[in-house]
Design a protein around this ligand. Sequence first.
Ligand code: PGA
Length: 250
Amino acid sequence: MKSLLIANWKMNPLTLHEAQKLLESTVKASNAAREVSVIIAPPALYLIPLRAGYRGKKVAFGVQNAHFENTGSFTGEISMEEARNAGASHAIIGHAERRAMGESNEDTRKKVAAALSLNIVPILCVGEKARGYEGEHLIFIKEQLRAGFSDVAPGKVARVIVAYEPIWAIGAEEAMNPRDMHEMAIFIRKTLVELCSEKAMGVRILYGGSIDEGNAVAMIRQGDVAGLLVGRASARKEKITQLIRAIKEV
Ligand code: PGA
């Protein structure tokens, strides 16, 4: 089965030279894994030089965040259009760490729409801080999905990728249990079909949060996911190589 791997480097590594080395290792591993599609989201500063130095077709590039306005007075931001012009084909939207810095559901709605209008594939991140006994987290996720998809035309629904990342499993010691992810994937699919009709059957659902070479295979096999969004393990050469190797024949 084909798996999608989003390498979210976050604020790593510290130099362009190290970023080039990390790209090299990631490319090498992914060239040997025909069934794995890899999308690298480096710090935006490195996007242009990394893109320019990469001659292959196997790996695609994305940004970790971008503004929904095309241009203007937004100090410190980069726009979706600038990202596209720099070579990004994907954009992570609404990552938990961005939401913690103030990004709202309303922002994600505009960002998903901006990305699609430029032919960038949006990777909409959703996930709850904690789980309650009453299933409040399901209402929370539903709301994040509703906002993110509200401006998506029916014909474009299946272009959006949803990454479920429970905040309690991001940067943690352990990933979520794959069986619980399976249940969540069913819930997300059902919610999307309610919101966007049967077109939502084409949406790819990923899992993110403390994935590494040890738990990736089980998550893909039992979690009912089309792939993984990986933070820490994607920013270390040995780890990402082992991870890609591990999932190449799942
Ligand atoms: P992690 O991060 O793999 O380091 O837990 C995942 C993410 O935040 O996307």
